[in-house]
Design a protein around this ligand. Sequence first.
Ligand code: GLY
Length: 339
Amino acid sequence: MKNRREFLKLTALTGGALLTQSACMPGETETSEDPGNQGNVSTAIQPIVISTWNHGIEANNAAWKVLSNGGNALDAVEQGVRVTESDPTNPSVGLGGAPDREGKVTLDACIMDHKNRCGAVAFLEHIENPISVARKVMEETEHVMLVGEGAFQFALEKGFEKTNLLTENSKKAWLNWLETSKYKPVINIENHDTIGLLAMDVEGNLSGACTTSGMAYKLRGRVGDSPIIGAGLFVDNEVGAACATGVGEAVIRIAGSAIVVELMRQGKSPQEACKEAVDRIIKKHDNVDNLQVGFIALNKQGEIGSYSVYSGFNFALKTENTEELTDAPYFIKHEESGD
Ligand code: GLY
């Protein structure tokens, strides 16, 4: 893992290497027409994928398969996060996700593309890949969000299979919680919840996806930031994209991902924008005990950034030359984070 200094170096290198002047396949270059240039200048747009937490590594690989074959960012983000949703060992997304306090797994997801099209599902049960249902909402309805039973019926109509999402392991953990009943969210364990994935394709277009089973043992009916466009995820193809992880209530209160994108529009780097959003969360809460939130962002120039309230948040980055899991910079050092 990288420390903060290495992270900043990485950000600078990544940003410096990626230009968005014209559309080329990965590895292709264009010769500059500018007679002042001394030789070939690469103006190729290079695909880039960035996602939250270490589960992002595998998700990035799936997204990369799409992008490196010239596929678009929308397909890439969907294919990427589907991997995490279908992983039964991941207790915070999709199949095997921690249930609510009644023992029911309820999922939230949203997706957004370069044309500002977006789709979302919330409080969805029995469907392994909510991100694909969210995409269907975006592409095959007039609406942006479907929730609960309506979202489930819609999914069945679209051919999704009814699946039991409560694995033996997540059931055991829930029963244990019921017995001990001493619930309080634990930083970077129960707040280690969401996969948010942002991608830029060879056309320079941006898309994002965000999916989660939400906070472990939440009140039945609770929905966090992840399916809310502007909170858990926001994409503006003129500017950049951002997504969030952590305590969804805090992200919703500041319209977190939309704020990060707006700050980038005003000229902040992705890094500065993520930091300012975190600063805002800290300022707006009297008590940030156990309140972990992390943001990642990607701008149109291919620069990336991240920031979190507490240490322990990390993100996965994939480009043609890079495959990295990097510790995000943070505001408060969390003594149990292993730093
Ligand atoms: N960030 C995910 C949630 O709060 O549900």
